[in-house]
Structure formats: structure tokens, C-alpha cells
Write a protein that binds this ligand. Sequence first.
Ligand code: HEM
Length: 424
Amino acid sequence: MSCLDKGFLILMVTRGFFKGRRLRSSLLLERYAKLWPDGLIGPYSLGFVRFLKRLRLEGKPVDLQDLLLRLTFDNICGLAFGKDPQTLAPGLPDNTFSSAFDRATEASLQRFILPEVVWKLKKCLGLGMEVSLSRSLVQLDKYMSDIINTRKLELMSQQKDGNPHDDLLSRFMKKKESYTDKFLQHVALNFILAGRDTSSVALSWFFWLVIQNPVVEQKILQEISTVLVETRGSDTSSWLEEPLAFEEVDRLTYLKAALSETLRLYPSVPEDSKHVVVDDVLPDGTFVPAGSSITYSIYSAGRMKSTWGEDCLEFKPERWLTLDGKKFVMHEQYKFVAFNAGPRICLGKDLAYLQMKSVAAAVLLRHRLTVAPGHKVEQKMSLTLFMKDGLKVDLHPRDLTPFVNSVNEVQLIQILNGDKDECS
Ligand code: HEM
């Protein structure tokens, strides 16, 4: 197995770095909250909805899953190495890095499915998907090497003219420790692998569930409208000019509940494997010898009656809220395992919520979605829970008037009630 090969199949290097330096998710969130105004998440969401509007005017159905994958790919490449490959552009261009990335992920799945001896033999003989994996890894290697070399030159000239780069790669390269190019490649690649497909497929399932559950959709829009009337006033044109600010997104509790409920039912990583390093015993008494592998189903864990109750198959964001519906309640990490749990819990969890909330709010504020006639949504057998044939939707303009009116009515009632309380 080549170095890049290893890096692609496991998130080991990224983990080592983040853990070793205690760069935990709270720190990541803090950093990205700071990066938010600099334009790394909000403007991407705004660009996305403007792109959707252009497609809406063409009047044809769009594959939302494909568009979201392009969006998160551009976004994560911007965060990882400060280069937006602009795959979300008119004509939806192919991108060598993105296609090589997809082929490598697909081919890697074969290694999980086939016995080790079979895929190793195929690799030696240059057969099947192993050929495509090797070719894709060479392409990824070249793409990443070019970026690293260019960045080295840029950082050298930056020292003279002071032009700042603040992406993940630059942060590593500016550190006193000198990392090898291979290490830097692994870090950037693993970051993209971890953060790209996961957020976009979660959003695809979220939009699909919202289309099936109009009451949930109404509640999400009501919440966004309540926040925006407060922060920007009742003129909805001011809601659409600028992306939502970090503080506005942060207040969207019901939306966070709906996204968590989506991940419970449709976890982006449907199953996860662990390698046993030393002999151990599971809580139920099962002995697991060193050297064995354990795969657990995150998908099933989110649908168990014993854990989630009789209504476990229903989409109910309310199960993530306090009884008065005002506060978000995160379930215990070993109960809700969509982000894994324990020392290897997802480090991008908070960033993922920020990104998904920003995109979801931006889309729902401007567009009403319906599934394109005849389109069937099915799961794809893959390391990530993709929709097999994408999510084909028709886009319609959103009328925000009923929501503004409703927020104003509620506020009026509250004022009247407040007056009443004062009189009594
Ligand atoms: C909905 C979105 C996401 C989901 C469902 C998700 C889920 C997961 C899961 C299940 C793991 C554990 C994998 C394992 O056991 O090896 C993981 C690990 C990880 N994720 Fe995420 N992830 C998401 C978004 C992100 C984002 C946006 C980033 C960063 C840009 C990210 C960065 C990481 C990293 C660095 C790890 C490795 C942590 C470690 O091994 O210590 N994730 N994620």
C-alpha cells in the first residue's frame, strides 16, 4: 500500500495531528466562527442560492445532491488549502481532482467488501477497480503536490509582502515543525474526505425529509423569520441581500433539531469499523481478540425502538428540544452516534452544523422545493449514505409574506399580553 493509499483509507494522520495538539472541535468551531465573516461559509451559501435561482429560471429539475456535493467540495477545498476549484459553475464542469476523489472512494469500498486476499491479488494483477484506484491516487497526488509547491512559493513571497493565507494547509506550513509534503498531503486530503460528502449527503436527506414534512418546513421558516424580523426588520428584501450572520445562524435551534433528526435517520456514515489493538471485552460480555475488526451500524443505532421509542421511524425534530421547544438538547454521544463517540468523535461536528444550517436556511428562505415527478429516492450502497440517483427537485420561488405576517402577529400579541400584565 502506498503512503497516499493509506492516507486515503484511514483518517489516521489527521487524527494524530488534531489529537496531539489538542485542537479539539470546540477550538475548530471557535476558529471557524472567526473565519465566518471573512467569507468562508456564509458567502458560499449565498453563491449557492444564486446559482439555484439561475437554474430555477431555466425551469428544469435539478439534481440537488450533485449541486450540494459541488458546493461542499468547493467550500472544503477553500478551508483546507485556500483554493476554490469552482465545480459549482455554469455548465457544471468536471474537475480532475473531484472525479479522481470520487473514483478512489468508490474503489476503496471494494476493499471493505472483498476478502483481503482477493483485492490484494487484483491489485498485483492490475484488475478491476484496483486499477482505477491506483490511477486516481496518482492524479490526487499530482494535484496536491502542485498545490503544496505553489503554496510554498506563495508563503515565501508572503514573508516579503505580508499577504496572508489562512487556510488549514498554510497553518501547518507556517508552524515551526517542518512537515513532509506527504504529511501535508494527508492532512488536506483527510480533511476533504471527512468533511465533503458527509455534509452534502446529510443536507440532501434533510431537504428530502423537509419536502415530505410540510409542518416541519413551516416551523423552520417561522423560526428563521422570527430571528430575521428581530435582526433586520420586516422588509424581506434585506433578508436576502446578505448571507446570514454567525449570530443569526447560531439562534436557529429548531433547524439544528431537524438536521440532527435527519442524521439520526440517515447518518452520512452508515457504518463504522474499528480495529482491535488489544484483547478486550464489550459491555455485553462479548470477548474481542486483538487483531479482529468490529463494524457497528450507525444506521441501525438511530432506528432502534429500545433507544428511541415506538416512534423511532418518524421524523420528529421535537425529540431534540426541551418541552417548551425553546432549547436544543443534544442526546448523549453513545446514543446518537452519527458523529461517532468517545476519543474518536468527529472533530468537524460543530463546523458541520454551522455549514449545514447556513445552507439549509439560505435555500429554504428563497426556494420551495418539490421532488421532480417520477423521481425515486433510494439509498446507495457506499461508505457514505448517498442517494442512488441523486435528489431531482423542481425549484419554486418562496413567498415569505405569510411568515413575516405571522411573526408580526405573534409580536403584537406578546406586546398586548405584556400590556395586560402591566395593567393587572
Ligand atoms: C454531517 C457531517 C458529518 C458527519 C455525519 C461526520 C461523521 C464522522 C464520523 C462518523 C467520524 C468517525 C470516523 C471514524 O470512526 O473513523 C468522523 C470523524 C472525523 N470527522 Fe466528521 N463528520 C461530518 C462532518 C465533518 C466535517 C465538516 C469535518 C471537517 C471539515 C469533519 C472532520 C472529521 C475528522 C477530522 C474526523 C477524524 C476524527 C478522529 O479520528 O479523531 N467531519 N466524522
